[in-house]
Design a protein. Structure first.
Length: 193
């Protein structure tokens, strides 16, 4: 059974979808560690309630972000982590961690990449831009992480309609619901042995 780490920055609903899939036996991995980009986020509470250890790494506490990731890589190695899932993690990864876990880091993005990806496209901004562009569909993408922002190889996608009356909030809710299917299902294909 592979050991994974889940990186989070907010409420942790994608994390919860992974926890639920592990609990049900659908996803055969051990969540060895949750990495939070700041203290006090609800994702930490979700991890603690599931009995998963949490470490907080805030970039403001380090001279450089590379130094932060060097320390983080050491902890991941100590815990035997083999695979990383970015689940709403908003801190850009640097080449040291990407190289340490090449093709072993995936991210979920709330749009149909390559559209609406890259620098500045996160959270509600993505959904706002999708609506402004007059798109008729959106969705979510799971992709490998490389040195670019949202440029890694696409693994899987799921689509949702965009309705004329949608607001960024209504679209976000519809996409998020599908993220909670897509992420655990993709991890099953990648990690279940």
């Amino acid at each position: 059974m592979k050991k994974i780490a889940v990186f989070v920055s907010g409420g942790g609903t994608d994390l919860q979808s992974i926890i639920d899939a592990v609990k049900s036996g659908d996803l055969k991995v051990e969540i060895a560690l949750v990495i939070a980009s700041k203290a006090g986020i609800f994702a930490i509470k979700r991890a603690e309630e599931a009995g998963i250890p949490v470490s907080v790494y805030e970039k403001k506490n380090y001279e450089t972000i590379e130094e932060m990731y060097d320390e983080l890589i050491d902890e991941l190695n100590e815990k035997g982590v083999e695979f990383i899932v970015l689940a709403g993690y908003l801190t850009i990864l640097t080449s040291n961690i990407i190289n340490a876990f090449r093709r072993k880091i995936v991210n979920i993005h709330p749009a149909l990449l390559p559209k609406f990806g890259g620098h500045g496209y996160y959270g509600m901004r993505v959904h706002k831009e999708v609506i402004l562009a007059g798109e008729t569909e959106s969705g979510a993408t799971v992709h490998y992480v490389d040195e670019g922002t949202d440029t890694g190889e696409i693994i899987s996608q799921i689509k949702v309609p965009v309705y004329p009356y949608d607001t960024p909030e209504t679209l976000q809710a519809r996409v998020l619901e599908k993220e909670h299917e897509l992420l655990p299902n993709t991890l099953k294909k990648l990690l279940n042995e």
